[in-house]
Design a protein around this ligand. Sequence first.
Ligand SMILES: [Zn+2]
Length: 257
Amino acid sequence: MTGRGNNTYLLIADGEATLIDAGVGAPSHLTLIADALAEHDAKLTTVVVTHAHSDHVSGASALAAAYPSARFLKMPWPERDRQQQVRWYPLADGDLVHVGGDTLQVVHTPGHAPDHIALWHAPSRTIFAADLIVPGASVMIPSTRGGNLAAYLASLDRVRQLGAERLLPAHGAEVTDVDASVRVAIAHRVQRERQVLETLDAGHDTVPEITQTIYDGLSPARLPAAAENVRAHLEKLRNEGTVCEDKDRWRRVTARN
Ligand SMILES: [Zn+2]
């Protein structure tokens, strides 16, 4: 699910360094960080974790062991956060994270995960977007584990309104046409929602059936993630009053038009 791996970002200013995302604790990652700090004669003071999915957070314990004076910051998701041997300093929407004399603003962007944040650097119009946008792929909305599609769409809209000119994702290459990339992500969900409703209208009324129909030919290993996305759409439609569910069977409640 992580494509070619994870991007973490090491920001260095005035002899201080802030790492965005902890990675998974791979020795090669720790070596790269140590080398970069040595090269710039900088001290790792802060680690900001964008959300508590394991590919972003599970390296925190190894980093804490290597850099005992570093502070670990994230928006709380208590049942997940206690899995790391780290003392977390809680972040909230609008908080400022200092990197030397520079600042990043915390932008709460739930949907992919309830604690998901992006970091906005206004002077360079750059957004560190974590898993809000994955270039060339659609972001998973794990609906049974804290994902929420309506929240995700609102988060996309919020980031679009910032007017970012550069988006640095946690997976994949940087994006320079941020507005187009966000529009593609929204259009994809609109199209998928239409598919879910069409599939429902065709008589498929359970999440597994709808998933099998829409994702025909998808490798079995990827079906559980696809089913999470389908459920995310159904839950959004239910909250909007378009569909309802009874004993895992879904149906429309509004007239078709
Ligand atoms: Zn994630």
